[in-house]
Ligand binder design. Structure first.
Ligand code: NAP
Length: 293
């Protein structure tokens, strides 16, 4: 209900705003001649790829932002900031202080909070926002997927089935499986999960991307009966899904939450194209303002 309200309200707000709002630089107190400053909200391979592409350009500056979820992160090329902004108000304050002219939301498909805050903050400031969400994985002919919408549903399902479960959902949501005492879990994450864990488990600390041959070996070595995965999309962690298909292992697939109320693009190339159009418009707007003076 709250989400519906948020979504409708935001769509209305954004539809009346030209996404390439006139006079952004002026409103943020910057000279029209200033080099545009881009904020990349990161935490994905796409965000790192984008940073690598933008690094060679001298017509813009960019900074990548991370939540700081892992203690040994792999940062992309270029400037980086780490940690939450402090909700919508904190983000607005950051965008103004740092004279950000365009925001690119390249966060993880399951990171909903930051995207909602960003949409509201950009709408309030009239800042252009490019939202990148990689495509979902599509079920193939021989896949044995059981699709669920919540981690709680996934937990109930695997506990009912019992057996040996490969839990590959990162560490933040492992707590949903804490009371699954009838199944055994191989929990894979970059860092060890904290909080209550299922009674029978082993923790495997690994960081993707993962190789298909190794994923096949892992599933065989641990005699896995079920895999629990988020439908994250992308190639880095897809090999477990391909391995499950080859070994005929069922996958409990957690569907994506609704993340955006604004239009999205699916690839880094689309972001770069959209950014180029935005920057051309911004430069033209700046020239027009100069001519008027
Ligand atoms: P979230 O619910 O979107 O974010 C929660 C808060 O973390 C945000 O409100 C924001 O704090 C801060 N935050 C998130 N991303 C940020 C960024 N790029 N820069 C600065 N601050 C950021 O996401 P989450 O709690 O991190 O994760 C939710 C799901 O996404 C989990 O399933 C997780 O496994 C998956 N995921 C997340 C990331 C990631 O980098 N965040 C990476 C891979 C997977 P403030 O409100 O204080 O600004």
């Amino acid at each position: 209900m709250i989400y519906k309200w948020w979504s409708e309200r935001l769509s209305t707000k954004l539809s009346v705003l030209n996404p390439i709002s006139d006079g952004i630089e002026a409103r943020l107190g910057r000279s029209p001649d200033a080099v545009p400053r881009i904020l990349i909200l990161g935490g994905t391979g796409e965000a790192a790829e984008l940073a690598a592409q933008l690094a060679s350009r001298n017509d813009l500056e960019f900074i990548s932002s991370f939540a700081g979820r892992v203690s040994c992160p792999k940062y992309p090329i270029g400037a980086v900031r780490v940690g939450g902004f402090g909700g919508i108000e904190g983000l607005i304050s950051y965008l103004i202080t740092e004279s950000i002219s365009v925001v690119i939301d390249a966060t993880h498909p399951f990171a909903v909070g930051i995207s909602r805050n960003t949409e509201v903050a950009c709408a309030r400031l009239g800042l252009p926002l490019i939202a990148l969400v990689r495509p979902t994985w599509q079920k193939q002919k021989d896949d044995l997927w059981h699709e669920v919408t919540t981690y709680v549903d996934a937990a109930e399902f695997v506990n009912r089935k019992k057996g040996r479960v490969f839990l590959s959902i990162g560490r933040q949501e492992v707590g949903s499986f804490a009371d699954c005492n009838d199944a055994w879990f191989l929990i894979r994450a970059i860092e060890a999960p904290t909080g209550k864990l299922p009674q029978h488990h082993e923790i495997l600390l690994q960081r993707g991307p993962f190789d298909l041959k190794e994923e096949l070996q892992l599933l065989r070595d641990y005699s896995i009966d079920h895999i629990v995965s988020k439908n994250s999309g992308g190639s880095g962690t897809y090999t477990k899904i391909a391995a499950a298909r080859l070994l005929e292992i069922p996958v409990v697939m957690v569907e994506r939450p609704t993340k955006h109320a604004v239009p999205t693009v699916e690839t880094v190339d689309e972001v770069v194209t959209e950014l180029a159009e935005l920057l051309t418009r911004t430069v033209q707007d700046g020239k027009q303002r100069k001519d008027v003076r």
